[in-house]
Structure formats: C-alpha cells, structure tokens
Design a protein around this ligand. Structure first.
Ligand code: HEM
Length: 138
C-alpha cells in the first residue's frame, strides 16, 4: 500500500467510527443477503460480534503503516477463523460487503481512490489470514 492509500483508509475510518454499530449492522445484513449460508457460522450475539469486528478493523487500520507489527495477530485471527468454519471463498463475499458498507457510511467521501485504498487494505489482511489458515493442520 502507498502512504497515500494508508492515510486515506485511516482518515475515512475515523468517519465511520462514530457510526460503527450501525455500520456493523448494515454490514451483516448485506453479508447474509449476499450469502445466506454464512448466517449459521455466527453463533454469538451479533451486536457483540459487530463490536469485535469494528474493533479489529480499527486495530488493523491503525497498524497499516507498521504492518510487520500486526501480522502475527492477523495470522492468529486467520487461524481462529478456520475453526469458525470460514473458507477462502468467503473472504471475497466479506470484502464485497465491507466495501458496500463503507460506501453507505461515507457517501460522497467514498471516491474511487478511497475504494481502491480499502480494497487493497482488505486484500492484504485477507491474504495474511488465508495464508495462515492454509497452514492449520486438518
Ligand atoms: C479481514 C477480515 C476479517 C476480520 C478483521 C474479522 C474479524 C473477526 C473478529 C475480531 C472476530 C471475533 C473472534 C476472534 O477474534 O477470533 C471474528 C469472528 C468471526 N468471524 Fe471474522 N473477520 C474477518 C473475516 C471473516 C470472514 C471472511 C468470515 C466468513 C464468513 C468471518 C466469519 C466469522 C465468524 C463465523 C466468526 C465467529 C462468530 C461467532 O463466534 O459466533 N470473518 N471475526
């Protein structure tokens, strides 16, 4: 990611933070509409799940400029996701639902450049999670 992309992701995330609970609600609604088969994977309270998700995104966003420092935590997250029943293909659906949610939350601030920056950031995180997941013994 370029420094410009990192700062775009960080500055737009700051605009989502005040509406993060609502954004998480929108995100899961869209995700389950895109793939209803994902709903049964989520066993816990969805409001709490949404808070865990936005908190983790916040940590990752803050760490983008220092990726090596957050890679171990992201790898751990990827390994835990194997036990949640998450498959590689699901990452594309989650990525699409995330971009759609950001577009709803940011409105005109969701420019093509911002979209590209977020797609790149999500791609890096998803690739790190999937790589770690692939090494989990079956
Ligand atoms: C960058 C991508 C992702 C991030 C940052 C993320 C973040 C999180 C976090 C923080 C948790 C809380 C539990 C934990 O820390 O282990 C979690 C749980 C979970 N995530 Fe993700 N996740 C991502 C991708 C995905 C994908 C692609 C799926 C596929 C549907 C998914 C499905 C789940 C499920 C099923 C749980 C467990 C829910 C439960 O306990 O009921 N996540 N995720």
């Amino acid at each position: 990611m370029t420094p410009k992309q990192i700062s775009l992701v960080q500055s737009t995330w700051m605009k989502v933070v005040p509406i993060r609970d609502e954004a998480a609600g929108l995100f899961y609604r869209m995700l389950f509409e895109m793939d209803p088969g994902l709903r049964p994977l989520f066993k816990s309270d969805m409001a709490e799940q949404g808070r865990k998700l936005t908190s983790m995104i916040g940590t990752a966003v803050a760490g983008l400029a220092e990726l090596p420092a957050i890679v171990p935590a992201v790898q751990e997250l990827g390994r835990r996701h194997v036990h949640y029943g998450v498959k590689d293909a699901h990452y594309d659906t989650v990525g699409a639902a995330l971009l759609w949610t950001l577009e709803q939350g940011l409105g005109p601030d969701f420019t093509p450049e911002v979209k590209e920056a977020w797609a790149t950031a999500y791609g890096v995180l998803a690739a790190t999670m999937k790589d770690a997941a692939a090494k989990v013994p079956a």
